[in-house]
Design a protein around this ligand. Structure first.
Ligand code: ZN
Ligand code: ZN
Length: 341
């Protein structure tokens, strides 16, 4: 459903009962009564949230979710944030999304920033992404396409991000989750070092399987999510230390797995890169408590089935690092990078 079906709904005041009924009638079969009431309830809850009062938050710090895919219903977006104790989120959108983003930002003022993505193999990709930034997008992402990480399609996007001074979020994956899925931004381990050097003015935020599996020096694309102790000196760890233009998105099973597989490794890693790590969920659960489907039925990520990835990753971060570093990773770093108020 397009959000324009809700004329006059968004804003600070909630529409009166009579108008609610009128809109409900107008929407007809577009939305059922339960969804409608959920939307109203979520919007009504918005003004009561205090962002500044960190002590009121169950995590002891405000939380910014860098990796949150825009959901079609405004209420669905807010249900996940509120359920998981997340203060603000960065909406990852693809293609034309401005209307939806604006509607959600109006329904929940100051809770959402957004990135935009667009098929990088199309000739108008630079034009479309430039327009998105002009319209308020604060970065590109997520960039998830069946192209090489050092290929011409992405290289022009890296250059554009530097010109427009926005960060980009990129998905690296070399191992299928299901037959014939195909690979995404390939060649991370072999070529991405050269990209980081070739585009020093581009801010890269790395994400997904290959990015996080390469936190261990013994990884050679054997599994999507390798288990067991991490061998020090992995490329991701090394490059985060060497390249000021590389940041890391801790979202999804990939990020959670990297933090969970070796408790001797995690605290030192968080300390080393405390200014470069960004909390994100990439969670698709419905309620911020693991309801619905949290990892898009990815069989390789079964360890997180029935769980909220946001909650799981916030929990492992909280127990692995002192409060000042925790706060940087879940809040301050993203706010600085995206210049969020
Ligand atoms: Zn991804
Ligand atoms: Zn969740």
């Amino acid at each position: 459903m397009r959000d324009r079906a809700w004329p006059g709904f968004y804003g600070n005041s909630i529409v009166g009962k009579k108008r609610q009924r009128r809109y409900a009638r107008r929407l007809g079969t577009l939305v059922n009564r339960r969804e409608f009431l959920q939307t109203i309830a979520a919007a009504a809850a918005v003004p009561t949230v205090s962002f500044q009062d960190a002590s009121a938050n169950e995590w002891g710090s405000p939380v910014f979710d860098l990796h949150f895919h825009l959901r079609p219903q405004p209420a669905g977006n807010l249900a996940h944030l509120d359920g998981a104790g997340v203060t603000k989120a960065n909406l990852l959108t693809r293609g034309a999304a401005l209307e939806q983003v604006k509607a959600l930002q109006a329904a929940a003022p100051d809770r959402f920033t957004w990135f935009n993505s667009y098929d990088v193999t199309r000739p108008d990709a630079e034009q479309v992404l430039t327009e998105a930034v002009k319209a308020g997008a604060q970065g590109f992402g997520e960039l998830k396409f069946h192209v090489a990480a050092d290929g011409p399609e992405l290289r022009r996007i890296y250059a554009l991000a530097a010109d427009l001074r926005v960060p980009l979020l990129i998905h690296f994956q070399e191992v299928d989750h299901f037959p014939n899925e195909g690979t995404w931004s390939t060649g991370f381990a072999k070529t991405f070092d050269s990209i980081l050097k070739a585009y020093p003015k581009t801010t890269f935020i790395g994400h997904a399987d290959a990015f996080w599996a390469n936190v261990s020096a013994d990884y050679h694309n054997e599994a999507a999510y390798p288990q067991g102790p991490i061998q020090p000196g992995g490329l991701t760890d090394k490059w985060l230390g060497e390249h000021p233009n590389l940041y890391a998105d801790l979202s999804a099973n990939s990020g959670n797995n990297a933090l969970s597989r070796d408790s001797d490794f995690t605290p030192g890693f968080l300390k080393r890169h405390q200014d470069k790590l960004l909390f994100g969920s990439d969670c698709s659960c419905s309620d911020g408590h693991g309801g619905g489907v949290s990892q898009a039925n990815n069989p390789a990520a079964a360890r997180l089935a029935g769980k909220c990835v946001a909650r799981e990753t916030l929990t492992v971060l909280k127990r692995s690092t002192p409060h000042d570093i925790f706060r940087k990773i879940v809040w301050d770093n993203a706010r600085k990078l995206l210049q969020v108020r």
